[in-house]
Ligand binder design. Structure first.
Ligand code: PLP
Length: 384
């Protein structure tokens, strides 16, 4: 396959708009004509359809994946004095949401193969204050949930899924969103299902939690202007729900597109004999990896130079994530040091994400791999 000669974006969010323009335009106009900008029937329908997609009983729409995490923690009664176990190698919001409800994030290191929380690291972090574990299904692959559940059950802890990057991913035949007491989804535009802007959802099978989430997102009121508890303004806008409803029936196809693209990268990298230099993603058994990101590892001393070379060559690339959360300035007060989570720190030095979206073509992927090959040949020549 001949490579494309043009630039290759990291993610092409406009591709879905181009494909579904008529439906999306009509959905936006329908909301404009309705005069119902926030919550309302569009949001209610979206909540039902999305919960059904996941296999969950209830869905509660909210403003973002970050809102979903705060709502979920709060709805489970987690607050000041409580500790919540989270991985240090994840998007910032997983840990910041714990702080937002007044609780303390406690990190447990990751599995070097999947980048997900390593269940064998959890138990040593449990104290009498621990209330919950937040497994993050990073990049589109589910955590080792059997092991997480065992630990949670033995220690009477809640399990809150951070499924922001894994809409449609499966563990033992069950979709994310049904693998914990509650699950937090994000519809940020680059996620597996992306809104026009910020949007999120919490799923649960528990009617009492559903009721609490619904109250919390509107300032803690079940009856307008009567406040049972102190909640938030974390509502979902109708325009996002309407657009997401147009996209939802296409998600299954898009996930197939991501999987096919990941397989093409696997073979293109091997075909270019780069698989010794670049470690490809590994999918553990009994999982469906949906590749929200295709993340490889390269030797740390090559990583930043390769990123620069790719950018200079017009190929999108990103580092998720360059700094482990326990080393972030804002979390200094937690008292961690460099060296506390070696697997997470090591990953932060080696990872990079290649362009990935359902519509990516073989020509574009061939170009990505060609550019990486050029980098490696140049650096070998320089070293000689
Ligand atoms: C995107 C993301 C979030 C936050 O979602 P937003 O919609 O951006 O607020 C939380 N956790 C993870 C792992 C994410 O990737």
């Amino acid at each position: 396959m001949k490579p494309t000669s043009g630039p290759v974006p990291l993610c092409d969010i406009q591709a879905q708009y181009r494909a579904l323009k008529d439906g999306i335009d009509a959905a936006v106009l329908r909301v404009l004509a309705s005069g119902q900008a926030i919550l309302g029937p569009e949001v209610a329908a979206f909540e039902q359809e999305t919960a059904a997609f996941c296999g969950a009983r209830f869905g509660v729409g909210c403003g973002s994946g970050t809102d979903a995490l705060v709502l979920a923690l709060h709805a489970l009664g987690i607050g000041p004095g409580d500790e919540v176990i989270v991985p240090p190698f994840t998007f910032f919001a997983t840990a910041s949401a714990v702080c937002r409800v007044g609780a303390k994030p406690v990190f447990a290191d990751i599995d070097p193969v999947t980048f997900n929380i390593d269940p064998s690291q959890i138990e040593a972090r449990i104290t009498p204050a621990t209330r919950a574990i937040v497994p993050v299904h990073l990049f589109g692959q589910c955590c080792d949930m059997d092991a997480v559940w065992d630990i949670a059950e033995q220690n009477r802890l809640h399990v809150i899924e951070d499924a922001a990057q894994s809409f449609g991913s499966e563990y033992k035949g069950k979709r994310c969103g049904t693998l914990g007491a509650v699950a937090c989804l994000s519809f940020y535009p680059t996620k597996n299902l992306g809104a026009l802007g910020d949007a999120g959802l919490v799923t649960t099978d528990d009617p009492a939690i559903d009721k609490k989430l619904r109250a919390l997102r509107v300032h803690g009121s079940e009856v307008k202007y009567y406040h049972k508890f102190i909640g938030y303004n974390m509502r979902l806008d109708a325009v996002h729900a309407a657009v997401l409803r147009v996209k939802l029936p296409h998600v299954a196809n898009w996930l197939n597109g991501r999987e096919a693209a990941a397989q093409r990268y696997d073979s293109l990298i091997e075909g270019a004999n780069l698989h010794g230099f670049m470690r490809r993603p590994t999918t553990r058994p009994e999982r469906r990896h949906t590749f929200n990101q295709y993340v490889v590892r390269v030797p740390a001393h090559h990583r930043d130079a390769l990123v620069k070379h790719m950018k200079d060559s017009g190929v999108g690339v990103e580092v998720y994530y360059p700094l482990s959360l326990h080393q972030q300035e804002c979390f200094k007060f937690l008292g961690y040091r460099t060296g506390d989570f070696p697997t997470s720190e090591h990953a932060a030095g080696e990872v990079l994400a290649l362009p990935m979206f359902p519509e990516i073509t073989e020509q574009q992927q061939t170009r990505v791999v060609e550019v990486i090959g050029t980098y490696l040949r140049q650096s070998v020549r320089r070293a000689a």
